[in-house]
Design a protein around this ligand. Structure first.
Ligand code: TYM
Length: 334
């Protein structure tokens, strides 16, 4: 039976890329009735320095973002990673299965470390091993993510396969990445060749889920574009990254295809298309923004939801950790 797992870092600035590439698709999976576990990965966040008060706030805000995006904490299991200790416990086992070279090859590690590979945390290098543990501690079969997580999910399969091979078992499943839809890679509004990201110093480069309607509309009006009108076929978008990005965003927000958006808007100038996109974005995002800020006033409710989520999660993770330890040869009981 399929089981979905995915995670998001509570490191501030949830943005349109996180919504379209992840949150919205999580809600879709949940609403199809697939058993789903969604996670705030606070242990991943601290692989780079986080101010403790900011981390606590970002974790609760992310929880509010999940719920406001349609994740129902009764239907899905909604958790904060550090509250389910089996994630970190399985990650240690995987640290001893995965190879240094696998970790050093990860593009996210190379991007984050830059030239300074000696003065980054050991956790930043081991990051993908904890990510594999997040997924495999549930024996999850499907992981919806944006395009940027693809390499980490390939590594997750490598870790599962090496564990199974080394111990001669068929225990961990080979997880399928689910990278689908028009917005698996939402680009910066200032530069269509760069990913929309929470760490971009320009706030105008992204739409934050906390932006009000005026800010959303203004950022879309100011988004970088070329002077040509929209083409009448999608191939003609290939060498127009800024235009392509706005069309992709439109399609994902409207729950339709890029082909359909082009069919409906061919020949339009951006002076016409951008206001239509701004209206659509405001209509879809402002209910989420409002619900997030309401929930942020209900901190006790958020904390209760996470405590309950962790209890439900541990009913799955504790037996899988125990079996893993048995396979590895740890004397129990744990
Ligand atoms: P994170 O926190 O960077 O991003 C969360 C999710 O948002 C997607 N995303 C995007 N999608 C489209 N366009 C963008 N510009 C964009 N930016 C971000 C990401 O692909 C991701 O799906 N390592 C993960 C968190 C993680 C995880 C896991 C994910 C930890 N454990 C287990 C899946 C399964 C990360 O840093 O995501």
């Amino acid at each position: 039976t399929p089981r979905v797992f995915s995670g998001i870092q509570p490191s501030g600035n949830l943005h349109l890329g996180n919504y379209l590439g992840a949150l919205k698709r999580f809600a879709d999976a949940q609403n199809k009735g697939i058993e789903s576990i969604y996670c705030m990965v606070d242990l991943h966040a601290i692989t780079v320095w986080q101010n403790p008060a900011d981390l606590r706030r970002a974790t609760r805000e992310l929880c509010a973002g999940f719920i406001a995006s349609g994740i129902d904490p009764e239907k899905s299991i909604l958790i904060n990673q550090s509250q389910v200790p089996e994630h970190a416990q399985l990650a240690w086992v995987f640290n001893c299965v995965a190879r240094m070279g696998w970790m050093q090859r990860m593009t996210q590690f190379k991007d984050k470390a830059g030239k300074n590979t000696q003065d980054v945390s050991l956790g930043l290098l081991a990051y993908p091993s904890l990510m594999a543990a997040d997924i495999l501690i549930y024996h999850a079969t499907h992981v919806p993510v944006g395009e940027d997580q693809k390499q980490h999910l390939e590594l997750t399969r490598d870790i599962a396969a090496k564990f199974n091979h080394d111990y001669g078992v068929d225990f961990f499943p080979l997880t399928e990445p689910v990278i689908e839809g028009a917005a698996t890679r939402v680009m910066s509004l200032r530069d269509g060749t760069k990913k929309m990201s929470k760490s971009d110093p320009s706030d105008a480069s992204r739409i934050n889920l906390t932006d009000d309607a005026d800010t959303i509309a203004k950022k879309i009006r100011k988004a970088k574009t070329d002077p040509e009108p929209l083409p009448d076929n999608t191939d003609a978008l290939d060498d127009r990254p800024d235009a392509r990005n706005l069309v992709n965003i439109y399609a994902a927000l409207a729950d339709t295809t890029v082909e359909q958006v082009i069919a409906d808007h061919a020949g339009q100038n951006f002076a016409t298309f951008k206001p239509a996109l701004a209206d659509l974005a405001v209509a879809k995002l402002s209910p989420i923004t409002k619900e997030m800020s309401r929930l942020m006033g209900e901190q006790d409710e958020i904390d209760r939801i996470l405590t309950r989520g962790a209890e439900r999660a541990r009913a799955i993770t504790a037996p899988i950790l125990r079996q893993t330890y048995d396979i590895v040869g740890m004397v129990g009981p744990v």
